[in-house]
Design a protein around this ligand. Structure first.
Ligand code: SF4
Length: 329
């Protein structure tokens, strides 16, 4: 891409960029957290969690010292909890291996748990002005359209992305502008070529159908789970921690048992995960719990999966019993 094309995109970004809190800083800690939160989660969902995160973990040391349970609790509602576990481990690595200072070298950043090449590229460019491209889903789409190469593989796209950022005067702004273009004018659902800043240079301008991109179809496995609810007006709800691996790893739920076959009754809630459809059947008990666990009268300190929050929201009188249930989105 010639510099004139780069300038058109950068000028557009300067005028039209959405105001987002992580764009007002070059500090690695908030940028790292925002980049991980924004993987697979929409901006509007991230915004309130982003603000709350730093009230809870103001710096990397506080994050490294926190219990994993607290970190998972702060992640509640963002989904894909593996990211929170990686963040916690990475904070501990930064303390142990880098003296508590976020590394400034690309290879060291990429060696941290949960940080891939694209995220390392974002952090390196935003914080340390490195010429390292971002290649997330939005940028891939823009590059494919811009060069009319819809079948390009990642290897080709990394080369195109590197060439483009090498031509740009400011790598940080370039990366932001490419992501912004892919999130707004040139998204999976919207292809707004008439108002696109690179419309004069794009090889696919006015030729892309504004339809949602085809996603790979992945088989979905149906699981039928009985969720045992022990509720007590004084003690609250009986919860146990899930195993450290598998679905909802390390989160807190009422005791769950898998049904060998679908129940005859309708599930109280069906929750979709990436490759799983969880049919959840609430079973209320009035006798004492037999399974291991603890009584919890407030949900302020325990991270529950969104699926369980949604299931609990279907139970009559739950808000009187557990007033700390946060609103479900
Ligand atoms: S001209 Fe159209 S297809 Fe090309 S980058 Fe812009 S919005 Fe996307």
């Amino acid at each position: 891409m010639s510099s004139v094309r780069c300038e058109a995109l950068l000028a557009w970004y300067g005028e039209h960029a959405r105001s987002l809190p992580w764009r007002d800083t070059t500090e690695p800690y908030p940028i790292w957290i925002s980049e991980i939160m924004l993987q697979q989660t929409q901006v509007k969902t991230v915004l309130p969690r982003y603000a709350a995160w730093f009230a809870r973990f103001p710096n990397i040391a506080a994050l490294a010292e926190a219990d994993l349970d607290d970190v998972l609790k702060a992640w509640e509602g963002l989904g894909y909890y593996r990211r929170a576990r990686f963040i916690h481990r990475a904070a501990q690595d930064i303390i142990e291996q880098h003296g508590g200072i976020f590394p400034d070298q690309f290879d060291e950043i990429m060696a941290l748990p949960g940080i891939g090449r694209s995220t390392a590229g974002a952090i390196s460019s935003f914080c340390f002005a490195a010429n390292t491209p971002v290649l997330d889903g939005n940028v891939k789409r823009v590059l494919k359209r811009w060069h009319a190469k819809p079948e390009s593989n990642d290897k080709t796209l990394w080369i195109l992305a590197q060439q483009a950022i090498d031509d740009a005067a400011n790598p940080a702004t370039w990366n932001q502008a490419m992501m912004e273009l892919g999130a707004t004018r040139c998204s999976a659902k919207v292809v707004d070529c008439p108002s696109c800043p690179v419309g004069s240079y794009c090889e696919s301008a006015f030729q892309v159908e504004p339809t949602k991109e085809l996603r790979k179809t992945v088989p979905v496995l149906d699981l039928h789970w009985q969720v045992d609810l022990y509720l007590d007006a004084q003690k609250g709800i009986w919860l146990k921690q899930r195993p450290a691996s598998g679905i909802w790893a390390s989160l807190w739920t009422p005791p769950i048992s898998e049904l060998p076959q679908p129940s005859k009754r309708r599930p109280d809630h069906i929750h979709l995960l990436t490759h799983r459809r969880l049919h959840l059947y609430a079973n209320r008990f009035t006798d004492a719990p037999m399974d291991e666990g603890i009584w919890v009268s407030s949900l302020d300190k325990h991270a529950l999966p969104t699926g369980i929050h949604r299931l609990l929201a279907t139970i009559d009188g739950i808000s009187q019993l557990l007033p700390s249930i946060p609103p479900v989105e």
